[in-house]
Design a protein around this ligand. Structure first.
Ligand code: HEM
Length: 520
């Protein structure tokens, strides 16, 4: 159906109306903020912006953590920016992050409220909930399945997926990026839903990636005007400039498929007596579902379907990106592989693959896991926290609704804490053959802060340990070679996004010896 033509003059009039409404809204916001700050406290320091748009054009599009770090060096570790009236606070040190996001977490644990996120229908994900009893309930339900004490439940799934990964590498080492993606992708789909069919899992993981990218894009300050003028969500799709509505509607369908259809599929499978071999989160939640006549059933169902979908929506991309970085770092550092293999041989010999139970006796492998999380900070500026109310901090006024972002990359690349921070060097965590407890553990920043800290961190640590130890037990990884047989030096390059993913790269993966093939 063709779009009805809009008379030019009407279009101009409507455009002018929108612009006036916007300016009026900016003015009201400014007046309101002034009224809420009767003592006239200053805002924290930061670069001066332009009228109305503020620092919008100074917001970095690429590698924001580097620009934020530069601002923190210039203005101190608390920097204030504003983009089209949206206040943004950048925390440039662990001390600030802890003081604000941990100690003042009752005020600093909300998330952005963006009409665009509601329109693409991702508001079901508790990672976007405001802080309160609802969020606590969702986090508690999630925690039952991912706390440190229950991760061993998933050991059989992790073992099977790691072994499948080692076999695939043997068959088609050149596809190692695809195999790495499948490794954690399939593991989390089996843990969350018990889905064993790679085709089904691949489709759902693709949906998860689409939604994560969409989430990042629609959240960018200034990217969609509807976030600043919520009434625009009601303009008809044919209105000039409202093309975003059709795209948002498509994304909403993907989101629906992700969180409702997958859970319904598990329910049907169980009704038909089809249960996965290993326990899954969804099956357990369905088993404990209140009876049909119980009024609590509907809410229970909603929470259950949402927490399962969050597991792969929030977990897959971060883990896969970290694993890509791990293989890249190992290929760049043969001496690290050699050291790890010596440890593996002296502790578990060469007759079996490592298990999670070996974690404590393989400190150098643990040091590699710590170093990869630090060196390649996968969520360099984390997820924004938002202030639930106005606050006064160290004599500064912090308005309600401020996006607060801790620069985790800067915290983990602070040269005062980590010598030569740009170097991948697991030894920085070691002393006398054991982990050195005096070195800052990257876990203090990698997984975020306070009441929103990542609830998947134990699964993440266990998986990274198992993959690193198993891979190095069997394989070596080298940089690729050019036509004359010379090694091509590798370096890490990342795509600009909230989750920092290394760009595709090549490397050579070879069995340590033919005998090592017997391990899988
Ligand atoms: C390398 C692995 C991972 C990293 C680096 C990582 C990092 C993060 C970060 C930085 C946050 C934001 C915390 C904040 O707002 O302060 C977060 C939140 C979250 N992560 Fe992870 N994560 C990882 C793996 C996982 C896994 C495997 C899962 C699921 C099993 C998961 C589930 C979540 C959830 C549900 C949230 C939202 C929490 C909330 O908003 O209350 N993550 N993660």
């Amino acid at each position: 159906m063709s779009r009805p033509a809009l008379p030019l003059s009407l279009g101009v009039q409507l455009g002018t109306l929108v612009a006036c409404a916007f300016l009026f809204w900016c003015f009201r916001r400014w007046l309101d903020r002034k009224a809420r700050n009767p003592r006239g406290l200053p805002l924290p320091p930061g670069p001066k912006g332009l009228p109305v748009v503020g620092n919008l054009f100074q917001l970095p599009q690429k590698d924001p953590w580097l620009e934020y770090d530069r601002l923190n060096r210039e203005y101190g570790d608390l920097v204030y920016l504003e983009a089209v009236g949206q206040p943004i606070l950048i925390l440039g040190s662990l001390e600030r992050a802890n003081e604000i996001l941990e100690r003042k977490s009752s005020k600093y644990s909300n998330r952005p409220v963006l009409p665009a996120l509601e329109m693409i229908d991702v508001a079901w994900s508790f990672s976007l909930f405001q802080y309160g009893p609802e969020l606590r309930h969702y986090r508690k339900t999630f925690h039952q399945y991912f706390n440190a004490n229950v991760i061993s439940r998933y050991q059989p799934i992790l073992d099977e997926e790691v072994t499948a990964f080692l076999r695939k590498l043997h068959k088609s080492p050149e596809l190692f990026l695809d195999h790495t993606r499948d490794l954690f992708g399939y593991a989390i789909m089996r843990i969350a839903y018990g889905f064993d069919d790679p085709e089904v899992n691949r489709g759902l993981l693709h949906d998860g990636e689409t939604m994560l990218k969409a989430f990042v894009e629609v959240s960018l300050p200034g990217r969609y005007l509807v976030n600043d003028i919520p009434i625009l969500r009601h303009v008809p799709a044919w209105f000039p400039g409202a093309g975003f509505k059709a795209r948002f509607a498509e994304l909403a369908q993907v989101s629906q498929r992700m969180h409702i259809d997958s859970f319904e599929r598990v329910k049907k499978n169980l009704e038909n007596g089809r249960r996965s071999v290993h326990p899954s989160m969804a099956a357990d939640l369905v088993d404990k579902m209140p009876n049909e006549d119980n009024p609590a059933r509907s809410k229970y169902n909603e929470v259950a379907q949402d927490v399962c979908a969050v597991a792969y929506a929030a977990g897959a991309d971060t883990m896969i990106s970290t694993l890509f970085a791990l293989f890249l770092a190992l290929a760049m550092h043969p001496e690290v592989q050699e050291k790890a293999q010596k440890e593996l041989e002296s502790v578990i010999g060469s007759g079996r693959l490592p298990t999670l139970n070996d974690q404590k006796s393989l400190p150098y492998i643990s040091a590699i896991v710590k170093e990869i999380s630090r060196w390649h900070t996968v969520a360099p500026i984390g997820l924004p926290h938002v202030t639930a109310e106005d606050d006064e901090y160290n004599g500064y006024f912090i308005p309600k609704g401020t996006y607060v972002m801790a620069n985790s990359w800067a915290i983990l690349h602070d040269p005062n804490v980590y010598d030569a921070p740009e170097k991948f060097n697991p030894d920085r965590f070691m002393k006398d053959g054991a982990l050195d407890p005096t070195v800052r553990d990257p876990g203090v920043a990698v997984f975020g802060y306070g009441r929103r800290v990542c609830p998947g961190r134990w699964l993440s640590d266990s998986t990274l340990f198992l993959v690193t130890a198993s891979f190095l037990s069997v394989y070596n990884v080298y940089p690729p070679k050019d036509d004359s047989g010379n090694s091509i030096p590798l370096k890490i390059e990342v795509a600009p996004a909230l989750v920092s993913t290394p760009l595709p790269f090549k490397c050579n993966i070879r069995l340590r010896s033919s005998q090592h093939a017997h391990l899988f």
